[in-house]
Design a protein around this ligand. Sequence first.
Ligand SMILES: Cc1ncc(COP(=O)(O)O)c(C=O)c1O
Length: 404
Amino acid sequence: MTNKALPQGLHPDTLAVREAVERSQWGEHSEALYLASSFVQPSAETAARRFAAQEEGYTYTRTSNPTVTSFERRLAAMEGTECAVATSTGMSAILLVALTALKTGDHVICSQSMFGSTIKLLGTEMARFGVETTFVSQTDTAAWKAAIKPNTRMLFAETPTNPLTDLCDIAALADIAHAHGALLAVDNSFATPVLQQPARLGADLVVHSGTKFLDGQGRVMAGAVCGTVALVDKVMGTFLRSGGLNLSPFNAWVVMKGLETLSLRVKAESAAALELAAWLEAHPKVARVYYPGLKSHPQHELAMRQQNGLGGAVLSFDVRGHNAEQLRANAFHVIDSTLLCSITANLGDVKTTITHPASTSHGRLTEEQRQAAGVGQGLIRISVGLEHLDDLKADLSRGLDTLK
Ligand SMILES: Cc1ncc(COP(=O)(O)O)c(C=O)c1O
């Protein structure tokens, strides 16, 4: 069946439901799921041409698959990039970036308060391949600039960070990177293209853990890298096909359907998170709330400018306590007293999740790395879902109100 060509200049909300709808001969309305590891060729001659990339056509799903391609095209349209490649997880997307954009002798600068596995991958694993990493303060643009060396090849930022919601100024970091011939990669898993499109602010690479908001219902693992055809399709896509970091067609289909409701979910969750953050800030048992939508957040102005006026769905807060042991016990009490919030490390789900970062997402870091990341024992992270706000407040009150 012939698909109608889309008009130019569509809004992201329209692209989220209309981009890359490839109908088969049956004219199905929902996108087809091509759950196939390989594709039958009409002749040996055609197979030879397709394997030699002289003719378009699907051959083998590790090379490409129509469902995966549709997800890649839709996400790229929403991020405003030329293309995207999909990967099995968010970490495999970051691994793909590291293995293709960096080589032995290169230097990468990244924030000391990023997601724990990213710190581990860039700081420890890549060192075994002779890649040097400097960790700087996320919020200190001058520190990123000062860390530049002649061999700096990439700046890797995650904004807002997990779990403290620290921001960095994407446009300023892009200028610093480009002035030195380096790339800027931004992990956009927390913000999603609903809040910010890093490529429009100058980032060369946009990385996603599709496991989070893009899926949005906690069903599958997924990842993606968005950027130019020259870098992402030609270099990273070629490596991905050799390295086999691919996203499965089933997972691609699930995440692609998740993109259709992304904007509605993220906007509703952000509105609820703002109210919940303000309520927590006024609670006597809470020492500090970290949420970019609050005026008290040190980068509130940047957040409003850079994030489409929204704070996002994730907030963290410190409970009160006198020492590390008591802080941990108090945080565990609040978490364990919830009946509604799911105690799980994932985020971006329509079901509100609650976690203790120091013993989960950041549990593999050394105490020194954890302190540098600002992750204390009293810290609790919440990813706000779609439950009624009053029910969420009541759920958190259960533990907070009974803290000694
Ligand atoms: C900001 C960020 N980037 C990347 C990842 C890794 O994604 P995945 O779990 O899909 O590998 C996570 C996971 O929590 C994350 O929070």
